[in-house]
Design a protein around this ligand. Structure first.
Ligand code: ADP
Length: 487
């Protein structure tokens, strides 16, 4: 029997234990999908208060001996708790002085803890000490985002000497977040001072942990192929474009999958009526229920468009607010918006809602069940992001036969083909300006009103796309095999 490929994922979030963004969805789904393909996969996570509490529902066993991890002359006792999620062992690294807090990265959304350099230096070192404690040595350590960016550097520079053959993969989920710290924090890592130079760890006079991952990993991936190209450009690289371009020979993009069990209109318990590509009639009932719930007028001429999003500049909500009103006044478009975030955007949404009751509905906050009902009940979903490393909502929309209207960028460009090609299943636009966005709305409303059978064909094509994690996981297995000698 061939040896299984052993892969250790180092991530700072993992659904369902702890989540603040899309990374958690990937770390929650990819290891289980790798296991289905025969890999021996484990995950290591910081032992955040919330993660340990949630893990206790699954049962946690604590290793008898803590890891002792030194950082800047201070020893941290790191206790290792193991739980099993979807058949995958998950190791929580608990050090109460570092992770037993309410927040993940800071006390509030846009405020960082001032000891984050120490917290994630200890996390990275402990993650690499863990295989020795478990007597389970991975072929590949797969580190995710800046919080695990030191892992490839520590591995390559011999912080641990019992993993000589282990290779590393580093995945960038969003290059806007980089883990930038003062130069003196290098002492926390134990890495040689000589590495503080512009080719390695230094970036504009500071340490940059995302850069550390990119420079030292054997392979670097992004969560869509197009994003891998885009981050080599100043427009998308957040200052790291030259570093990424320099390392492009080891860079590739692997599109995320979606959780096809939770997001399946044939079995979704959260929507008014089940449906599938074989029989989409239930979608009509979902739409009627959504209009009723949102107090929207029954208007068969209007294309019902949805938004499920964080309300932040990245997501292009300002474009929607600037463009939709003429279409609403013409009776060609209705809008349901679910989101939370920026207060200023929220106020603009609120004003639009107040001006057009019966045509616009908005709900502020995070609401998983309503997200399912919006995606099932709408005709189209708007995702006009300025940049989008992968994006999930457009893929959920496709699965539910809701045509995505997206900006042609990152994972949106990789998942949505325009109906203008003749065999597409959505609408795309390029430049972020009112003219281009209005013309895509025009095309969508026009096709919805005048070409219903073409719309229906596009809907079926959307529903039939393979968006599974199994496809994505195979991409990673192929990559792992290329860098280590395991069949
Ligand atoms: P990002 O990670 O940049 O926010 P993604 O499209 O990759 O964007 O993932 C967003 C996820 O969060 C999706 O699962 C989406 O359904 C969910 N989501 C976003 N806003 C809300 C909300 N207000 N209520 C419920 N789910 C939401």
């Amino acid at each position: 029997m061939p040896e299984s490929l052993r892969v250790l994922h180092v991530a700072s979030e993992m659904a369902p234990l702890i989540k603040s963004g899309g990374l958690a969805d990937v770390a929650g789904a990819l290891p289980a999908a790798l296991k289905r393909l025969g890999c021996d996969t484990r995950v290591v996570l910081p032992g955040y208060r919330g993660a340990i509490r949630k893990a206790q529902e699954h049962g946690v066993s604590w290793h008898a001996h803590p890891l002792i991890i030194e950082a800047g002359g201070v020893d941290h006792r790191v206790h290792v708790g193991t739980t099993v999620i979807d058949g995958v062992p998950v190791h929580l690294l608990a050090a109460s002085e570092l992770f037993d807090r309410d927040g993940l990265y800071g006390p509030a959304a846009s405020v960082d803890y001032d000891d984050n350099a120490r917290r994630y230096a200890v996390f990275a070192k402990a993650s690499l000490a863990l295989p020795g404690l478990l007597n389970w040595r991975p072929h590949v350590v797969h580190a995710h985002d800046w919080q695990a960016g030191l892992v490839p550097a520590l591995l390559r520079r011999g912080f641990i000497n019992d993993l000589p053959a282990t290779k590393s993969v580093f995945t960038i989920h969003n290059i806007a977040y980089q883990g930038s710290f003062p130069a003196h924090d290098l002492r926390l890592t134990g890495l040689d001072e000589g590495l503080f130079n512009p080719q390695e760890l230094a970036h504009w006079g500071r340490l940059n942990w995302l850069k550390a991952g990119v420079v030292f990993a054997d392979r670097v991936t992004t969560v869509s192929p197009r994003y891998a190209e885009e981050i080599q450009l100043p427009e998308y690289g957040y200052g790291l474009e030259a570093v990424i371009a320099h390392h492009r020979c080891k860079l590739s993009g692997i599109l995320n999958g979606i959780d096809a069990t939770t997001w399946d209109p044939a079995t979704d318990p959260l929507i008014a009526s089940a449906y599938s590509s074989a029989d989409v009639s239930g979608k009509r009932a979902c739409q009627m229920a959504l209009r009723k719930e949102c107090h929207l007028d029954e208007n068969p001429r209007a294309c019902l468009m949805g938004v499920v999003s964080r309300l932040v500049e990245q997501k292009g909500l300002d474009l929607i607010l600037d463009a939709v009103e003429p279409y609403i006044l013409d009776g060609r478009l209705q809008l349901v918006l679910l989101g939370s975030g920026d207060r200023h955007l929220e106020q603009r949404v609120h004003a639009l809602h107040a001006r057009h009751p019966g045509q616009v509905f908005a709900w502020y906050g995070y609401n998983e069940a309503l997200a399912h009902r919006v995606i099932a009940g709408c005709d189209a979903l708007l995702v006009p992001s300025r940049f989008e490393p992968c994006g999930l909502t457009q893929m959920y929309a496709m699965r539910y036969g809701t045509l995505p209207i997206v900006r042609f960028t990152g994972g949106l460009a990789d998942t949505v083909r325009d109906v203008a090609t003749g065999d597409g299943w959505g609408f795309t636009f390029g430049p972020v300006d009112l003219g281009h966005f209005s013309s895509v709305l025009d095309r969508a409303c026009g096709m919805f009103e005048h070409y219903p059978s073409e719309w229906q064909q596009a809907r079926l094509r959307a529903m039939q796309r393979d968006l599974s994690w199994d496809r994505a996981a195979q991409g990673y297995v192929d990559l792992y095999r290329r860098i280590c000698n395991v069949d």
